[in-house]
Design a protein around this ligand. Structure first.
Ligand code: FES
Ligand code: MG
Length: 608
């Protein structure tokens, strides 16, 4: 019998599944399908296989990316899940970003990855997509692109690495990378120790094993409803991770049939749930930026949630999870204590349980129907605290929305990871550094005029000032003070900090110092800076008129000065130019304006 696909008297359904999607490449729909089929048959697929719903699998494997080293096995397991359920699984690559191998920073490339993901999802004839990722920028980039493309998506993370061991003490990337490096700088451990630690800090494949950005984003994907509840914590090298991959494949076939799109799953309530979880896990400050970018990709929600919302929810949300850097444990401990399932059960009274999830059921339904047996609350293995006995009463992450130093409203501080709580209400004299090079050149200078009460300010590391907004906000304690035993100081910057780091560190100040209109850009050595966490205040104690004078003078001097990134960006070429001209500030997500739901001319509102 004649094949109806090539029978010119029959119409081809433009909303069809699989290879019949969007048959426009060659003008003639029947010819387009004929061409598609002949080419994909070269991969060995039969007509039977090609008649199934197609589940795309995004492959972000790279030999430069140990966080994604298990992706080949995960793809196999996802394919098994798809094929056991009657779909056809086809994997395809997008770029791969690892934190240490993406100069100048992985953040610089996050939006490129989101564009790659969005356009490849849109271009190819796939009915649903499994987004496999894990390292810090990957999951947000994939969700941003996925929301914009708005085909059915489901996330699968690669999972956390196992902890290593040094001298009988468990260690893991990357809180212990930083704390041990600080000890080495202060002379507390020697070169043999630091070399041995280098072998043990990342002992297996997988993402950083503490509550850094990768783990935070994995937990948020669950809270948003974009990943099954048990998907966040199973170790990268566990069989549980592979079984999760297989079941994700099965879910993806369901999604291909139900056509449940991310814009339909995600609601305001999903984001409020994500913010509640962010506060309860003591999540990474970077998640603030990613969450804003993700929200602003959603046409119905863009501009309706701001950093201030995160602060407001924080006031009612205790920190329950005892994980580094806010606490003591590792992701494997969280997994063994029940992972997100156990945490969400604790958080139930604070959650919107009717928010939809990728399974088509609500979060409440998922919690009710997933078998769960909590650890005894007094078990030493339990790193999840009950609501009435938290690790930190509320506001693990605070947004310093008042005062003149960060009027954009993005300045964030992980109060739960402060090492000297007296600094949460502090006033001191500024010691200002102009970018990372200046910092590196002077911070350990024995002549530097600095004491333990000084406020270290680093500017020029914002989205435009140092493209990619590097994780340089963890300003080191000057060596001479570290040697005296100073462990923490109030530090402020327009940059970011690794989610695995701690200290009294204010980040994401906006507008950034490179902006000719910014207050941060005109702070001088010796100016008094006040930080009062209780009052959510970050203020430069300089008269308004004097600040205005300084800004006007700076703007006059800046005109035509090509050494100023803000000025030079107009002429930069390539992706660099695109980034420099289009990137927005931290409170909007450091996304490109033209990628947000409203498009290039949209003004993202700052609404609580
Ligand atoms: Fe990839 Fe930490 S470097 S998750
Ligand atoms: Mg990181």
């Amino acid at each position: 019998a004649a094949n109806p696909d090539y029978d010119l008297t029959t119409g081809i359904d433009p909303n069809g599944v699989g290879l019949r999607q969007k048959l426009t490449s060659y003008g003639d729909a029947h010819f387009s399908l004929f061409m598609r089929k002949l080419f994909i048959k070269a991969m060995g697929y039969s007509e039977d296989a090609l008649s199934r719903p197609i589940v795309g699998i995004v492959n972000t494997y790279s030999s430069f990316n140990p966080c994604h080293a298990n992706i080949p096995q995960l793809i196999d397991a996802v394919k098994r899940g798809v094929q056991l359920n009657g779909g056809l699984a086809i994997d395809f690559p997008t770029i791969s970003l690892h934190e240490s191998f993406a100069a100048p920073t992985s953040m610089y490339l996050r939006n490129l990855m989101s564009m790659d993901t969005e356009e490849m999802i849109r271009a190819q004839p796939i009915d649903s997509v499994v987004l496999i990722g894990g390292c810090d920028k990957t999951t947000p980039a994939q969700l941003m692109g996925g929301i914009s493309a708005n085909k059915p998506i489901i996330h699968l993370v690669t999972g956390p690495m196992m902890p290593g061991s040094h001298q009988g003490v468990r260690v893991g990337a990357c809180t212990d990378c930083r704390s041990n490096w600080a000890k080495f700088r202060a002379g507390a451990i020697d070169i043999e120790d630091i070399s041995a630690l280098n072998e043990e800090l990342a002992p297996t494949a997988g993402t950083c094993g503490v509550m850094g950005t990768a783990s935070t984003m994995a937990c948020l994907l669950v809270a948003l409803g974009m990943m099954p509840i048990q998907g966040a914590t199973a170790p990268a090298v566990s069989s549980a991770r592979l079984r999760m991959a297989e079941s994700t494949g099965a879910h993806a076939v369901q999604l291909a049939k139900s056509r449940l799109q991310p814009q339909a799953i995600l609601s305001r309530e999903s984001f409020l749930n994500a913010i509640t979880v962010l506060q309860a896990i003591g999540g990474s400050t970077n998640a603030m930026v990613h969450l804003m970018a993700i929200i602003n990709r959603h046409p119905a929600l863009a501009g309706t949630i701001a950093p201030a919302t995160v602060d407001a929810i924080g006031r009612q949300t205790p920190l329950l999870l005892d994980l580094k850097p806010s606490g003591e444990n590792y992701m494997t401990d969280f997994h063994n204590a029940g992972g997100m399932l156990a945490l969400l059960h604790q958080l139930k009274p604070l959650l919107h349980l009717d928010a939809l999830t990728v399974t088509g059921r609500t979060l409440g339904d998922e919690l009710t129907h997933t078998p769960f047996r909590p650890l005894p609350p007094d078990s030493p293995a339990n790193c999840i605290r009950p609501l009435d006995y938290p690790l930190y009463p509320s506001s693990a992450l605070v947004v310093l929305q008042h005062g003149n130093l960060s009027p954009g409203g993005a300045a964030v501080l992980k109060a739960s990871a402060s090492k000297d709580r007296r600094l949460l209400r502090h006033s001191g004299r500024a010691v200002v550094f102009e970018g990372s090079a200046d910092l590196a050149a002077r911070i350990d200078d024995p002549e530097l005029e600095v004491d333990a009460d000084s406020v270290l300010i680093l500017r020029g590391i914002g989205p435009v000032g140092n493209p990619g907004m590097p994780e340089a906000g963890l300003i080191p304690i000057p060596r001479k003070l570290a040697a005296q035993g100073v462990l923490d100081m109030l530090r402020i910057s327009d940059g970011r900090m690794s989610g695995t780091a701690g200290g009294t560190i204010v980040l994401h100040v906006s507008p950034e110092g490179a902006d000719p209109g910014s207050v941060l850009g005109v702070v001088r050595d010796g100016d008094v800076v006040v930080c009062d966490v209780e009052a959510r205040l970050l203020n430069l104690e300089v008269a308004e008129e004097e600040i205005r004078d300084r800004i006007e003078r700076r703007q006059r001097e800046m005109v035509g000065d090509k050494a100023e990134p803000w000025v030079a960006r107009e002429e930069a070429r390539g992706y660099h130019g695109l980034y420099m001209r289009e990137v927005n500030q931290a409170e909007h997500g450091v996304d490109f304006g033209f990628l947000t739901a409203g498009g290039p001319r949209a003004v993202v509102k700052g609404v609580e």
